[in-house]
Design a protein around this ligand. Sequence first.
Ligand SMILES: Nc1ncnc2c1ncn2[C@@H]1O[C@H](COP(=O)(O)OP(=O)(O)OP(=O)(O)O)[C@@H](O)[C@H]1O
Ligand SMILES: [Mg+2]
Length: 899
Amino acid sequence: MDQPESDPAGATARDAAAEAGATPMMAQYLEVKRRHPGALLFYRMGDFFELFFEDAEVAARALDLTLTRRGKHLGADIPMCGVPVHSHEAYLLRLIRAGHRVAICDQLEDPAEAKKRGAKSVVRRDVTRVVTPGTLTEDALLDARRNNHLAALALVQGEAALAWIDMSVGSFLVQRISALADLPAALARVAPGELLIADRLLARDDLAAALADWKPALTPLPAARFDSENGRRRLETLLEVGTLDGFGAFGRAGLAAAGALVDYVALTQKGRMPRLSPPALHATDGFLEIDPATRRNLEIETTLDGARKGALLDVVDWTLTGAGARQLAADLAGPLRDTAAIDARLDLVAFFVAAGRTRADLRDALRRLPDLERALQRLTLGRGGPRDLAALRDGLGAIPAVRAMLEPGGLAATPAMLTATVAALGTHDTLVARLAAALATELPLAATDGGFVAAGFDPALDELRGLRDDGRRHVAALQARYAAATGIASLKLRHNNVLGYYIEVNAQHGEKLRGDPAYIHRQTMAGAVRFSTTELGDLEQRIVAAGERALARELEHFEALRQDAVAASAEIGAAARALARLDVAAGLAELAAARDWRRPVVDESTAFEIAGGRHPVVEAARLAAGESFVPNDCRLDADSGARLWLLTGPNMAGKSTFLRQNALIVVLAQAGSFVPAARARIGLVDRLFSRVGAADDLARGRSTFMVEMVETAAILNRAGARALVILDEIGRGTATYDGLSIAWATIEHLHEANRCRALFATHYHELTALAVRLPGLACHTMRVKEWQGDVVFLHEVAPGTADRSYGIHVAQLAGLPKPVVERARAVLATLEKRGQADGVARLAEDLPLFSAVAPPRPAAAAAAPSAVEAELRRLAPDEMSPREALEALYRLRALLTPP
Ligand SMILES: Nc1ncnc2c1ncn2[C@@H]1O[C@H](COP(=O)(O)OP(=O)(O)OP(=O)(O)O)[C@@H](O)[C@H]1O
Ligand SMILES: [Mg+2]
């Protein structure tokens, strides 16, 4: 089999020549390793996965394991470390998180089988799966509430496309990217855990910026894997169709990306294909475009420091199932751009807001649902166990009750989406009945553990189990018989994996049995002697044989049930998605009811009218702290009045909060959620931009101001009449006049050229002069009250302009040393006096300005050194022992004058 990875240097030592001198097992290891360069090889040996050579060194470091040695290779010790098979998932997760890939090399036969071929023969082993970040399916390795996307990016003849799947649930989507400038937003929406890309694209400058955010997720593949014709053939084979025409116009790039994905899945899963929905073409203009910087800024999925807590999603996620949470995360990541689709979702939420009783019942049922999609996916991949079958039984078994709750005749008229969703739930009675009859109450993790088929399901199985258990009863009877026959009351029959059943007696009775030829001596232990008999051997064989046949029969049942589930996978997948959709809608309704969120109107106009808007996250935080949040209106009249608001006001007055809340209301509304406002009417927004001045991006090697300007450039170049732009203190990160001039020109451009709706917060009060010249610009300010020399923030937005920023007041609140605050006040007073006299212009020329106010002399400078200081100066830390140092400390403390 050929490789997805390019060959790293580490593999060169392990060529065929090196294998020649190795033990048969090492030769096997080296051969398997050579076929999987670029992945750590987990080599199964009994109850452990072992790693050798550099793999062992890498894993020992990453997992904090002890590195041992095993044998020699080419004269040198072989480094080795291992993890127990039963707990290997936890180690896998850490390795994957640390950016490694892991090839799982399993034993393909029972070691006993290998022995039959001769003492020297090696157990057959091969890689059964390559674990990569994008191909995980285990619950232990996945976040239950997030999708894990494996994506591929292809570029064919200047055309780009992105394809992505979530292997753990089977979704498969393709999006054509009409311009490379659209790529960052598309990638940010998909947020791939692993991104496949042709290696030659890594060198392209026009992709560098878009890929910068995804560096740790990139998996470069040879360009040949992105061949569009091969891609077409792969998809046709996967879907078992002669032509793909019925699935959408993917374009060459789309075929290349989707084909590379399918190819990669087959490669890493060693041919075991998971269930994948047919690829669906995502409309390029189906989503509200939110570029990565805006996404970060608005803290939609995570906060600026990467935490989930405190992000928008965290506050609005009231879902009860993993699948519901994943659906909501996807909805928020990609708000819609189609009023009909938005309304359909809003109708469903409105239905659940009105039907409080139904909502409560539904949520009760959802709370107990297992993760159907992921259980099904593991079963299709042959990685599932009896508990996954039980998940299907319970999940699908809940559907009739859910359906009954949602049957028409409730409070509100049935929205179309509800009808469609209920229909998608389907009926699964036959499968559920079969699973219910087949599965026992207590289920083991792995089918091979046995004991999961319920008694009474299969008479033949019951009989085998009877034989096995009978044998066990015989053992108990035998013990009594042997004890009577030998006269040794303490004689016991025991079992272990090495001896099987054996007789155990105390050392002092051992001699007695040794004389009797019926008892065959097996082992002498510290205080005990062990024997067997032919009778016991026969019995043991009968028990083992019956047990083995019972297990084999159980495994047949498992396979049959698994096949049933796989055969129904399309319907089960649809039901799971329907339940997720219901969970999302009911969760949003619960939130809306609890927090008094209202249904927004989203239409084709370019209006933006928010009455009593609130910031969902800040409000939630304030509510939790027992404080209130002041609602504010925002009205950007694209048709008649001002579509651009210039917002001034003191520091800490709530400007940034106000700006963001309006952007978040758009995200929520177009994702199909009610919004934190008394009323909202939003003319469909096609692109949302949010920028904050002076946000560092040192990780990507750009200075503060450079980032700010790159982002501002993106807005001015991309925002059209349907965009909503939020600029928070743009121009702050440079000299005052540079910043002011840039902000000035930016506003003019937004007003004249972009002609979009925009909110602009600034401390450059000079900008308010623009309102005279620009008819579409209105000035607003955050109201404050001065009260007994203090400033009170009212958090209210009102028409007008601020006269000052109260920055020094905030600095004082923040705890700047008193002399600094006083000095700042004095400087400000001087500046303002001059500013009034001859305008700000004079400021720049007036360099000796600071001499006008004499700097205060540090109080301590003139005073003679204190006794403590004198003592301190005498100390020579380099020459002191720790004890002397401690003594010096006591001396110093004693010298301190009492306060
Ligand atoms: N509408 C509101 N109701 C109640 N509290 C608010 C409101 N808006 C903002 N706040 C509180 O005021 C704090 C400061 O708000 P914000 O950061 O928006 O101020 P700002 O005007 O942008 O300040 P700066 O000029 O320093 O950037 C918030 O963290 C929040 O606690
Ligand atoms: Mg601010």
